[in-house]
Design a protein around this ligand. Structure first.
Ligand SMILES: Nc1ncnc2c1ncn2[C@@H]1O[C@H](COP(=O)(O)OP(=O)(O)O)[C@@H](O)[C@H]1O
Ligand SMILES: [Mg+2]
Length: 333
């Protein structure tokens, strides 16, 4: 496997009332060609800011202040708006949570798919329509020939998301960013859309960056997972490592929050407290204020990502210790 995307020590700041707030802090992720890489973390942890930074889709006041983002070895941060625009849809495509906010309500579904195809290929409307119909069938849209002339509001949420995916894959991009693609959909439709993403990866060898606040959806989708908390990566590993040996207390909390059949009937666990706002972030471990294991040191020094196994990194002072030592250390704090 070879590297397709490398996010290299990226820090993002937001300018607000002449203050510089840190949104992302020293993020490093490498995505291999053909893999499904997951980013998980509660709402407000910085997943969208990170994925939007790849194609520079951030508002002006939100800037990558250090680090680099390399796509196929080339810096995305050095590209002009025009160059990025040309890459969008052809090299890298995005799918967002709410299809209605990305689809144009006044244009037919077919027109919107044809438009993206013709933006990147010099072909006739008729040829583009043929490709559009094929893509619509591929994403499981029924009666593609008739649906081509429908407007987005005539479709259900699940169908709208399929249209978004059709637009995203119409030009066979190498890289697909799916930012909470199923969050707005009900559970059955969610499973169908996730299945479709896996099919796309299998058939077109598309690399997928899958973002979700729900660790539960990542399990049978991703090859590797990065866990984000308050603008930092706190754990990164293969899906098996994250699920079988979650090592950061935050990852463990997310694991416990996944509904499973054996938890049925019991109230679902949720990690006490909230993700701190940008103004509330302090030094030390970002999770310290919500961590039941935190000792004084956790509030004052920042733990670095450290290897706990091959390809498995965790940023917790106690990640290498047993639970018993956690409790032991705590009793002295
Ligand atoms: N345009 C913006 N202006 C001000 N703050 C923002 C903006 N976009 C995101 N943020 C803040 O940045 C942090 C990360 O947000 P986001 O990346 O959207 O989180 P996630 O996608 O993980 O839910 C949050 O604290 C959020 O409030
Ligand atoms: Mg988001």
């Amino acid at each position: 496997m070879s590297e397709i995307l490398s996010i290299h020590h990226v820090t993002v700041h937001l300018e607000q009332n002449r203050r510089k707030l840190t949104v992302l802090s020293d993020i490093s992720i490498t995505v291999q060609k053909g893999e499904i890489f997951g980013i998980v973390g509660e709402s407000g942890c910085g997943k969208s800011v990170l994925s939007n930074s790849i194609l520079d889709l951030q508002p002006k006041k939100m800037r990558v202040s250090s680090g680099d983002i390399l796509f196929e070895g080339q810096s995305m941060l050095k590209k002009s708006k025009h160059q990025l625009q040309k890459m969008r849809g052809k090299e890298i495509s995005m799918i967002f949570q709410n299809p209605m906010s990305s689809l144009n309500p006044s244009l037919t579904v077919g027109y919107q798919i044809v438009e993206i195809i013709r933006a990147h290929q010099n072909i006739s409307k008729k040829e583009a329509k043929g490709i559009a119909i094929d893509v619509m069938k591929k994403v499981g849209l029924p009666r593609a020939e008739q649906l081509f002339y429908d407007y987005p509001h005539q479709l259900s949420g699940g169908m709208q998301q399929r249209v978004m995916i059709a637009i995203a894959i119409a030009c066979q991009p190498k890289f697909l960013i799916a930012d909470e693609p199923t969050t707005a959909l009900d559970v059955t439709i969610q499973a169908q859309i996730l299945h479709l993403l896996k099919e796309i990866r299998r058939e077109q060898n598309t690399t997928i960056l899958l973002i979700s606040h729900d660790l539960g959806v990542m399990g049978d989708m991703c090859d590797r997972i990065a866990v984000m908390y308050a603008g930092e990566i706190v754990e990164i590993g293969t899906t098996a490592q994250i699920f079988e040996n979650p090592s950061h207390p935050y990852t463990k909390g997310l694991m416990e929050s996944i509904p499973t059949p054996d938890k049925k009937g019991n109230p679902l666990y949720s990690i006490p407290g909230n993700v701190p706002s940008l103004q509330e972030r302090m030094g030390g471990c970002p999770f310290a204020s919500r961590c039941h294991l935190a000792i004084d040191m956790c509030f004052t020094s920042k733990p670095q990502l450290k290897k706990v196994a091959k390809a498995h990194d965790v940023s917790c002072f106690f990640s290498e210790m047993e639970e018993v030592s956690f409790e032991y250390a705590k009793s002295f704090s």
